[in-house]
Ligand binder design. Structure first.
Ligand code: PA5
Length: 428
């Protein structure tokens, strides 16, 4: 990926960051880079995620999914980091396999999703690092029951990805299900380039090697200066802008196929950096759609935002048919791709003209190689930003708190978090 921070500089934008302050920040980037490299070498928790391009074994993943490789549909049951990476990859590319992601536990939605699937031709991909997440386990039990009610043997059609131990691992062992392990030291939201994100990609027939090669190429760009490394340029610029008042980061891909990427990014940024009363609030947007809604706020609302554009150079196009309606003649000379590019250029220029900071992240194409680089680059940017904020990027105590409270409220164990919720409810 390439990163252009020109429209985030103080001469163009407010709140912008000056070149001189980025140069000063670069000394901290050099130290942070050393810390990151050390963490990777020592395979420390979290930093190990940046080693995935060389550690993930595509053959192992393909062997595990072989029994269901001809499935017409794939139902992935998981939530948060155990869903969004897989969904980002699956939704980026065409496939003959229909993909459905069951993360939420809204009963009407779950029932509708299940009813829409040809269960006899559907494979189940259940993913949970801890193996204890209530939403995932509950949905899996519901899915199993639906398969049994339809007379379909779910044990023949299920792949499990989980940790070494826990209820999901026990279940996989009891039914002798094909299973993969979530790699040690890799937090959920950093696991897209492991089996967690790549089982779905394998069933859909996507190029796993290219995903990892793209990520490996991005790893090669990590260097001790933000001026030499696109990922660090992004992480350091967002950090600096946040310090100057851009507390919101609206991520706006100009590609429908990358809409889920914005969701993945929002999780990565929020759950990793939102600590100690620090962190930037990620917002999901989509170009050109949100030019007709959120853009008003970005250009004329409070000066507390950074807009991150994600653009794709090239790809399939479609010409706009000619018409004899005079006022529409200009469209007939163009393609939809040209129109989308013009929409982006107009939006980027309009924000710059209004002194609103924006950063452009550029991909050469929406393919596995480029997406692997993008996922890796943003993970590296996030790790760098975490070092600059001095937060623990790889923990998520607020998320864990809510998980325990939920389990406790349903009688799934004694948790002080659940007692706190009960007390608060009684006080109302
Ligand atoms: O990044 C994280 O740690 C979380 O978003 C988890 O991925 C999410 O809570 C799901 O957890 P698990 O994989 O244990 O079911």
């Amino acid at each position: 990926m390439d990163v252009d921070i020109g429209n985030a500089l103080a001469s163009v934008a407010s709140p912008g960051v000056s070149r001189a302050s980025l140069e000063r920040l670069d000394e901290r980037v050099a130290d942070a880079h050393e810390r990151i490299e050390r963490g990777m070498t020592n395979r420390e928790h979290g930093y190990e995620a940046l080693n995935l391009p060389e550690r993930t074994d595509p053959d192992e993943i393909r062997a595990a999914v072989d029994p269901v490789a001809d499935a017409e549909a794939l139902l992935t049951v998981g939530i948060g980091g155990s869903s969004l990476g897989a969904a980002t990859i699956a939704n980026a590319f065409e496939s003959d396999t229909e993909t459905v992601f069951l993360d939420n536990v809204d009963p009407a939605w779950v029932s509708r999703k299940l009813a829409s699937l040809p269960l006899e031709e559907t494979a189940i991909n259940v993913v949970s690092r801890s193996g204890t997440t209530a939403e995932t386990l509950a949905n899996f039990l519901v899915v199993r029951d639906a398969f049994e009610s339809a007379g379909v043997d779910w044990t023949e059609r299920t792949i499990v990805t989980t940790g070494d131990s826990g209820p999901l691992r026990d279940l996989a062992d009891r039914h002798d299900l094909p299973s993969l392990k979530v790699p040690d030291g890799v937090p959920g939201r950093f696991s897209a380039l492991s089996a967690v994100g790549m089982v779905a990609a394998a069933v859909c027939g996507h190029d796993l090697e290219a995903l990892l090669e793209g990520a490996a190429a991005e790893r090669e760009t990590l260097a001790g200066s933000l001026f030499e490394c696109p990922a660090y340029a992004y992480g350091a610029t967002t950090y600096a802008l946040d310090g100057r008042g851009a507390g919101t980061n609206a991520v706006m891909p100009y590609a429908e196929s990358l809409e889920t990427f914005a969701e993945w990014f929002a999780q990565l940024w929020a759950e990793s950096l939102g600590k100690d009363e620090l962190g930037q609030t990620p917002v999901r947007a989509l170009g050109a759609t949100d030019q007709h809604s959120q853009l008003q706020l970005y250009r004329a609302g409070p000066r507390d935002k950074l807009v991150t554009f994600l653009t794709v150079d090239g790809g399939p196009d479609r010409s706009i048919p000619e018409t004899d309606v005079d006022d529409l003649a200009y469209l007939g000379d163009s393609t939809l791709g040209e129109l989308l590019a013009a929409e982006f250029e107009a939006t980027e220029a309009s924000l710059a003209a209004a002194d609103r900071p924006n950063v452009r992240v550029e991909l050469e194409a929406v393919d596995e190689y480029e997406l692997g680089g993008l996922l890796y680059g943003m993970e590296a940017a996030c790790v760098l930003a975490g070092e600059l904020y001095r937060v623990n990027t790889f923990e998520q105590p607020a998320v864990e708190w809510a998980k325990k409270a939920t389990r406790g409220l349903l009688g799934g164990g004694e948790f002080e978090e659940a007692e706190a919720v009960a007390e608060k409810t009684e006080l109302r």
